[in-house]
Ligand binder design. Structure first.
Ligand code: F6R
Length: 600
């Protein structure tokens, strides 16, 4: 989703801003722009499409040491140059970039801006025009900015330039992410530490409804009443190399390949001195104090949550529900007496999940966030955090975060079971080690999966993934992976459920990819495969060593039955990757999607 960068210092801002925007490309966007302030005034460049398109329209002769930039993911108004940010006030004095959604912008337009000719369809332009209106009424920029913020309902991260106050960037945030990066003789603002990690690793978090006044020497954080807030910086543990593709053609492939390494990092991060996997005891106590767990997540993280429910129930004996955040927030079920909420979010910024977090905190409940991003909004606002240690995930389609989420959920379930005297019948450390090795075998078998993508998905319009028990949950994730990057209509289905209606869609040649890794339902899923094959489906079975049948297309190495989702997803990720590649799709940046979904 939209991303913001800003730089104020001694160097030429243009490359720093463009590089920062490029680092945020993975978040998803459809247009981009930047504004640079120098002695001649403020120069604005914007373009529909990619940062490469923006680069083409930026006038390289413009030198400036202050600037702001933006990637836009359209919400109000089509993706176009007019609607791209930065937006300027009527006189051109103020220039603004915005991430978020202003819910009352129509009302503000009617109330304050009837005489102002607006140039775009965006909610953002209303903000910059209001700032100018209040400045024209005699307020200084800070006061006009603050007065405007007080009128806004919704989410925003903002960076503002004032032509008449060249040495300052004004920024503010509410619900949308924004960080300030600190340097010597310069300071920056960014939606994401990754955007500015090339220039600094020292960042200060901003809280909701805070304003920050940034000059090259100083950063002053204030609340909306203008009171100064003190906050220590933190070091962002990001390696600039982590966010490079290296020799890989796509981030997605790199991230699929990183999964064995991530597994080993997780084992290391969660091992105690006795080499047992565990989590902080305060988290174990919070789980034990709950009578029911509510996992809240979206998309791939929701699918990881489904597997997590199985672990928390089967290993730790705690009733657990899993809910899609965007539904839960408006349609909350009857809650138990002592619920604990577990938010699963790779980015830690997903607005739908955050809306639930805000609501359950208002109700006085405790929350744990499982996230890949330290210091992210969901992590900050929950009572407890468990980190994924997966390293930055750049491809829009989530891969290594999914397996990391499942692993951390298994470790959480194991730690809670241990505290309850429920002895695990296996060593999780050892079993996750076996998983890491099996993952490696699968990552090395790319050619097989590329061939499968050719054999089953080269020309098809649709595809079904089926499985039972844990394999069903992996089928849901497999279908999501395929549809989001290859645009093939795909459905994940419980094997036994097809005959209750959906089997009507099976015709000659329809690809049906079945997972068979669960002993208790092995015969049942094979029966389901026969049902669809009899109706003409082009079937493909991926099974696990020990459960295989003669005609299985691929047999994955054996891992503990509960941990199969960690390995069985890898062939599916690779099949989706190659199907998208063969269809010339933009694998890392699929259409209409964003990495960090910061609007509800
Ligand atoms: C799909 C995908 C999305 C995310 C979802 C939640 O590959 O990545 O479905 O899982 O948007 O995002 P997070 O986990 O950041 O809350």
């Amino acid at each position: 989703m939209c991303g913001i960068v800003g730089y104020i210092g001694l160097k030429d801002a243009r490359e720093i801003l463009l590089n920062g925007l490029e680092k945020m490309e993975y978040r998803g966007y459809d247009s981009a722009g930047l504004a640079m302030r120098n002695a001649d005034g403020v120069h604005v460049f914007k373009e529909k499409g990619r940062i490469a398109d923006l680069r083409r329209v930026v006038d390289e002769s413009v030198q400036a040491t202050t600037g702001i930039g933006h990637t836009r993911w359209a919400t109000h108004g089509a993706p176009s140059r007019e609607n791209a940010h930065p937006h300027q006030s009527v006189s051109g004095r103020f220039t603004l970039v915005h991430n978020g959604v202003i819910e009352n912008y129509e009302q503000l337009k009617r109330e304050y801006l009837l005489d102002v000719p607006l140039k775009s369809d965006t909610d953002t332009e209303v903000i910059v025009q209001l700032i100018e209106l209040f400045a024209n009424e005699g307020l200084d920029t800070e006061a006009a900015f603050r007065k405007t913020l007080q009128l806004l309902k919704g989410s925003y991260a903002l960076a503002l330039l004032d032509r008449e106050q060249a040495e300052t960037i004004f920024a503010a945030k509410n619900k949308s992410p924004l960080l300030v990066g600190l340097g010597e003789d310069f300071n920056v603002v960014a939606s994401d530490a990754m955007a500015m990690i090339q220039v600094t690793d020292q960042f200060v978090e901003l809280m909701d409804k805070e304003v920050v006044i940034v000059t090259k020497e100083k950063v002053i954080i204030q609340n909306l009443a203008g009171e100064e807030m003190k906050r220590a910086p933190y070091t962002a543990e990001l390696d600039a190399g982590d966010i490079e593709k290296g020799t890989y053609p796509h981030y997605m492939l790199k991230e699929i390949d990183e999964q064995p390494l991530v597994m080993r990092k997780i084992i290391q991060a969660y091992q105690n001195d006795q080499e047992q996997l565990t989590v902080d005891q305060s988290i174990v106590q919070a789980v034990n104090a709950a009578d029911r767990l509510y996992i809240i997540a979206c998309g791939t993280s929701y699918h990881a949550g489904l597997v997590g429910k199985k672990y928390l129930e089967a290993i730790a004996n705690i009733p657990t529900e899993v809910h899609v955040a965007s539904e839960f927030v408006y349609d909350m079920p009857l809650l138990s007496k002592k619920p604990l909420f577990i938010f699963i979010s790779q980015s830690g910024e997903t607005a739908d999940s955050r809306a639930v977090l805000v609501k359950v905190k208002e109700l006085g409940y405790q929350a744990l966030t499982i996230t890949n991003v330290q210091g992210s909004t969901l992590s900050r606002e929950a009572d407890y955090t468990l980190l994924l240690h997966a390293g930055p995930e750049i491809a829009v389609a989530s891969t290594k975060a999914y397996t990391a989420q499942i692993s951390v959920l298994a470790i959480l379930a194991g730690a809670v079971a241990e505290s309850r005297g429920l002895k695990l019948p296996f060593s999780l450390t050892q079993e996750l080690g076996i998983v890491a090795n099996a993952m490696e075998v699968l990552c090395d078998a790319k050619e097989e999966f590329e061939q499968m993508a050719r054999d089953y998905l080269a020309t098809t319009r649709n595809c079904f993934f089926i499985g039972r028990a844990l394999d069903y949950y992996v089928s849901l994730e497999s279908a999501l992976k395929l549809k989001e990057i290859s645009y093939i209509q795909a459905e994940g289905f419980a094997g036994g459920e097809l005959k209750h209606g959906t089997i009507a869609l099976i015709e000659e040649g329809t690809p049906v990819i079945a997972l068979a890794t669960q002993e208790s339902v092995n015969l049942n899923i094979r029966g389901n495969v026969k049902e669809v094959a009899a109706r003409g489906a082009n079937t493909c079975v991926i099974s696990m060593k020990g459960l295989e049948s003669e005609d299985d297309r691929y047999v994955i190495p054996a891992v503990h039955e509960l941990l199969t989702p960690l390995v069985s997803i890898i062939p599916m990720q690779l099949i989706a990757y190659y199907a998208a590649l063969h269809r010339n799709c933009d694998v890392d940046k699929p259409r209409n999607l964003a990495k960090s979904v910061t609007v509800e």
